[in-house]
Design a protein around this ligand. Sequence first.
Ligand code: 6GU
Length: 263
Amino acid sequence: MRIDIITIFPEYFRPLHVSLLGKAAGRGIVEFAVHDLRTWAHDTHRTVDDAPFGGGPGMVMTPAPWGEALHAVTSTALPGARLVVPTPSGIPFRQEMAATYAACDHLVFACGRYEGIDARVIEDARTSMVVDEVSVGDYVLSGGEPAALVMIDAIGRLLPGVLGNVASAADDSFGGGAGPMAGLLEGPVYTRPRVWRGREVPGVLLSGDHAAIARWQRDEALRRTAAYRPDLVAKIAADALDARDREVLSRAGFPLRGEDMAH
Ligand code: 6GU
């Protein structure tokens, strides 16, 4: 996979050379190219922003440098290249979108600062490629750079050969797909020592009883999801909850729907 990033802060992307993504890049699984937007700003001050038409606070990124930058970067685009524009007013970035992007050969991230990029840049880009305006959560960051890093990390770890254990992606919170833990947050995990500061690892995990372990892990996942993300529990299909699931949720004080009780 090729990932181009256009930004006024190229140094922001140094973390791409670290850890899992750095190793994937070293092995040729992903190739990163970070471009300084100011390369395409031609006045003496290399200006990339201006006051917004219509008034208001902050500055808007001007269209000319972006137009040239996107032309330069996409002139060598691979077929099916997609443009991702991080913005708090975009569609929510979710695990399924990370999986969709991980199946692409070429992604271009256009990182805006200030109050955003002149809207005509996105309109114009849409005439030649698929463009997604994407948000990483309901809070405001000072620019698209940290959001792009978050998305690239989520995408990169899904690329074939990046994760050591192929099963580990399917086990993640949100990664369950059609698996038994689909739609649930992952519960707690433990390792040696068996006792630490007087706290014991739950006995069932040492029992060797794989069915009991799986059931306990599902109970914990249900409890955690009910406590932290009741919106996710509400999204689970009624027929995906067995009697024990409903008992665990009910004891956790989670209000069960009529259709859940019918099963
Ligand atoms: Cl993608 N960009 C910015 N600037 N803020 C955000 C965001 C993106 N997602 C959530 N907040």
